[in-house]
Design a protein around this ligand. Structure first.
Ligand code: NAD
Length: 261
């Protein structure tokens, strides 16, 4: 229970990797502010279940990460409802796949806003109180696409490279404090975000979902196995630990060998 007495905000935590991270932090005793979209009754069930399973306070805030004022509002709400924001996990993200010539400008703007600019807003809102309390952990969920590129993902690759750069700057600005900022770079994790891409491959190539899944893995991930939200949650917990106090401004890849190639 290394996080008893700490409070965490995890953006985009109603699904996938964010939910895995929220579960892992709650299991260590942290109170958690969930955020994201979805069915209100299902989210309430998730919130109440997480709270009773780990005997921690769990709140939910529906702030839209594409809107700067709502991102700042999420941090203010967490400080008011949980007492502090000691751990900030910037995880909310979306994907869109198309060649750049036909990439809708509206999708570009949405990806940059949700995947990158929201991290600026949340960090600048959360940092002053972290500095006052003298401790903090900022964990940005980037991607293998924060380190290398793929075709047809210009906005996502630009946003995730931006997240890695932002991580380095924030780490330097906090280097002499007990606040650290790092990024986790997952490869393929089987979540709704990736399932959509598997569905698209199956439809485009007239193959089964299982074949499309194998093809997606074989193209990028040498292990031929998905990383899991639990794997990413465990790395987030590690980054909050004392052992990670001097890990600053770097990336941890959890990508089955994707970026070793
Ligand atoms: P997901 O679709 O399962 O979850 C995304 C979460 O973000 C959901 O809770 C959704 O409600 C929320 N969200 C989306 N738009 C939002 C908005 N405007 N405001 C607030 N919340 C919003 O996706 P995931 O795969 O779990 O992705 C989580 C993060 O991990 C993303 O940043 C993604 O880029 C990154 N990532 C995923 C993979 C992967 O293989 N799944 C790999 C590398 C990086």
């Amino acid at each position: 229970m290394q996080l008893k007495g700490k409070a965490a905000v995890v953006t985009g935590s109603t699904s996938g990797i964010g939910l895995g991270i929220a579960r892992a932090l709650a299991a260590q005793g942290a109170s958690v502010m969930l955020n994201g979209f979805g069915d209100a009754a299902e989210i309430e069930q998730l919130r109440a279940g997480l709270s009773s399973e780990h005997n921690v306070k769990v709140a939910f805030n529906p702030a839209d990460m594409s809107k700067g004022n709502e991102v700042a509002g999420l941090i203010a709400a967490a400080e008011a409802e949980l007492g502090s924001v000691d751990i900030l996990v910037n995880n909310a993200g979306i994907q869109f796949v198309a060649p750049i010539e036909s990439f809708p400008a509206e999708r570009w703007d949405a990806i940059i806003a949700i995947n990158l600019t929201s991290c600026f807003h949340s960090i600048s809102a959360a940092l002053p109180a972290m500095r006052k309390r003298g401790w903090g952990r900022i964990i940005n969920i980037a991607s293998a696409h924060g380190l290398v590129a793929s075709a047809q993902k210009s906005a996502y690759v630009a946003a995730k490279h931006g997240v890695v750069g932002l991580t380095k700057s924030v780490a330097l600005e906090t280097a002499t404090t007990a606040i650290t900022c790092n990024a986790i770079c997952p490869g393929w994790v089987l979540t709704p975000l990736v399932q959509k891409q598997i569905d698209a491959i199956a439809a485009r190539e007239g193959i089964s979902l299982a074949q499309a899944q194998s093809k997606l893995l074989a193209e990028k991930q040498p292990s031929l196995a998905f990383a899991t939200p639990e794997d990413i949650g465990a790395i987030a917990v590690f980054l909050t630990s004392n052992a990670a106090a001097q890990i600053r401004g770097t990336t941890i890849s959890v990508d089955g060998g994707w970026t070793a190639q």
